[in-house]
Design a protein around this ligand. Structure first.
Ligand code: SAM
Length: 286
């Protein structure tokens, strides 16, 4: 049975249809599963955290390669299927939880694994891609990489080079914490049901050390968020409207940095944002 037939078989056997509200688009192409697993570079020493295992297509491969797979799935219907399929594996742990609500650090720390051997792998539910990525990064989890499938357009944003095209606030966040790369584009026809847009697998390698030196991470991210809140506004307006500094202060900083007063946040490199944050931190000592 190939993956497509297996998916059809499981859905019929358990009388389920894909739940759109939970972002259920099941992968039905074997080569993609292989590429995800290969690019995550999983060994028998690795603990893998899988978000949204669904029917278990990717999980099955992960279980062959990893020391242990901890799968977090929200949909109770999937829990029944996953339990039936994998209860005989001694390296499988299943949690019926909302990934946005669980304490991932606690789950990982319980395994007492070295952070070089903890990896996150997922075909993410698209309706909550951004909050999941932000949670994985901001919680500073002891992990080595995140290998995930996301919508192609989102992949462009997550892996863009700060200051160049396709950037958003999340681009800077991803770049600050990781070295991002694209792995493969996945056509929508490789899913059941097919989503409206193509997808892409990306790999985020967690940095050991941030790419810029900051006096205050909090100030750095506040500034970035404020500058992208209203995309068409200038950086100076973003900082002022975000309540970070006065228009005059913003002007002075831009002058010090030889930047045009009409520059927009999306044109700034990560080093320039760091410089602004450090100037403002010195001024305000927040
Ligand atoms: N991994 C499977 C595959 O590749 O075929 C399914 C991927 S599907 C795109 C996303 C999965 O995430 C679904 O199984 C869905 O039920 C699950 N999910 C949705 N919201 C979730 C949440 N908040 N926490 C955990 N799992 C969630």
């Amino acid at each position: 049975m190939n993956i497509y037939e297996e998916t059809k078989f499981l859905m019929k056997k358990y009388q389920i249809s894909a739940n759109k509200n939970l972002g259920q688009n099941f992968l039905i192409e074997n080569s993609v599963i292989q590429t995800i697993v290969d690019s995550a570079n999983i060994s028998k020493e690795d603990i893998v955290l899988e978000i949204g295992p669904g029917l278990g297509t990717l999980t099955k491969e992960l279980l062959q390669k990893a020391k242990k797979v901890i799968a977090i799935e929200l949909d109770e219907k999937m829990i029944q299927i996953l339990t039936d399929r994998f209860c005989f594996y001694d390296n499988f742990e299943l949690m019926n939880q909302d990934v946005l609500k669980v304490d991932l650090k606690k789950i990982i720390e319980k395994e007492q694994a070295h952070e070089n051997h903890v990896k996150i792998v997922a075909n993410l539910p698209y309706y909550i891609t951004t909050p999941i990525i932000m949670k994985l990064l901001e919680e500073k989890l002891p992990i080595t990489s995140i290998t995930v499938m996301v919508q192609k357009e989102v992949a462009d944003r997550l892996t863009a080079i700060p200051g160049q095209k396709d950037t958003g606030a999340i681009t800077y966040c991803v770049y600050y914490y990781t070295e991002p790369s694209k792995v493969m584009i996945v056509p929508s026809s490789f899913f059941l049901p097919a989503p409206k847009v193509d997808s892409e697998v990306i790999h985020l390698k967690i940095r050991k050390k941030p790419p810029v030196v900051l006096k205050s991470e909090e100030m750095f991210f506040r500034i970035i968020k404020a500058s992208f809140l209203q995309r068409r506004k200038t950086l100076a307006n973003g900082l002022t409207n975000g309540g970070i500094c006065s228009k005059n202060e913003a002007k002075q900083i831009l002058e010090k940095m030889n930047l045009n007063e009409n520059v927009r946040g999306e044109n700034l490199t990560i080093e320039q944002f760091a410089q602004i944050a450090n100037f403002l931190y010195e001024d305000k000592k927040i």
